[in-house]
Design a protein around this ligand. Structure first.
Ligand code: ADP
Ligand code: MG
Length: 311
């Protein structure tokens, strides 16, 4: 017999009492009740993943659960917000209990790692669509905005670029030596929550890299009314991405492929030694608008657009 809707929620999603002290009342009533500490602002974001648009129909449900939450926590990290609660709206074509078990383990496992509670949601039937709304707190006025970059700031990223893009190509049939760590970047991105918190009071502008560094840094440049120059030789690229570029000639890939979920941020030049471990300086904010890249002394303009759903 098919499992009833609330039994499904209880079995797969209401599996823990709330862990985080802000979450007074969680799944089970008409609304959850959250207590936000005085002097803080609530940071809220939502992201949807649709079958055949954001993931393959045969995607491993455990990885999907992880990634769905990871992309939302990444947005909070990019604001310098501390995540504490999420809601989950699930639209399912059918009730597949082994799919739900694995999906919820991937989702709840990552939530647990970050002390985030699943506090509510909605469950409906229809084409497979997964939506998360994530909430975090940030001390009043301390959020890291896209609009705060200043001329002379250095531009940093929290980790390697292009691994997720290469992971997608491997899924699509590209043969790569030592593919496993690259595939992990694509399938199981780690949201840079600790780095985002460490950047409060230090970074000027910040964004998470979901559409490729060029497009996402482009959002900072536009919001801040500045330009930038990247240094090709300073980009952190894995051995596998370097080999891919050598074979294909496609040097733009690590700047234009999506799904890396590293943070890109700008800081005053004298802050470098205060930054979290693993950050790489990749360029500089300049007054002249637009994005440029310096390849061994030759500066060229870099045009990049992110993924557009309606074009
Ligand atoms: P209502 O009809 O009042 O909206 P629902 O029957 O949709 O209530 O949901 C009952 C409870 O279960 C609510 O607390 C809701 O937030 C929660 N809930 C529903 N679907 C999910 C889900 N997929 N994940 C987590 N909580 C859920
Ligand atoms: Mg409902």
């Amino acid at each position: 017999m098919a499992i009833a809707e609330f039994d499904l929620i209880r079995r797969y999603f209401a599996v823990h009492a709330p862990q985080h002290p802000f979450n007074q009342l969680s799944i089970g009533d008409d609304c959850a009740l959250l207590n936000i500490p005085v002097g803080h602002q609530l940071a809220v974001t939502a992201d949807t993943m649709v079958e055949n648009v954001h993931f393959f129909a045969d995607a491993d449900p455990r990885l999907l659960g992880h990634k769905l939450l990871a992309v939302n926590l990444s947005d909070l990290a990019a604001m310098g917000a501390e995540p504490f609660a999420v809601t989950l709206a699930l639209t399912l074509p059918k009730v597949d209990e082994s799919w739900l078990q694995a999906f919820s383990e991937g989702f709840i496992g990552l939530a647990y790692q970050h002390h985030v509670d699943l506090i509510g949601g909605d469950t409906t039937s229809g084409p497979l669509t997964l939506t998360v709304q994530a909430m975090g707190v940030v001390p009043h006025g301390k959020a890291l905005l896209r609009s705060a970059a200043q001329v002379g700031d250095l531009i940093y990223v929290t980790g390697p670029l292009g691994n997720a893009g290469l992971g997608l190509k491997i899924h699509q049939g590209y043969a790569c030596v030592d593919a496993e760590p690259v595939l992990r970047c694509f399938n199981q991105p780690q949201p840079r929550v600790a780095e985002g918190l460490a950047l409060r009071g230090l970074a000027h502008a910040c964004i998470d890299i979901s559409d490729g560094l060029a497009a996402d840094l482009g959002h900072i440049l536009e919001s801040s009314g500045v330009g930038a120059c990247l240094q090709w030789d300073s980009l952190p690229l894995s051995r596998q991405v370097q080999d891919y570029i050598e074979h294909s000639g496609d040097w733009r890939m690590p700047l234009t492929a999506g799904d890396d979920y590293e943070l890109c941020f700008t800081v005053p030049a004298d802050c470098s030694r205060l930054l979290p471990a693993g950050c790489h300086c990749v360029g500089e904010i300049q007054s002249s608008p637009g994005l440029r890249i310096d390849k061994a002394g030759r500066v060229e303009t870099f045009e990049a657009k992110g993924f557009e759903h309606f074009s």
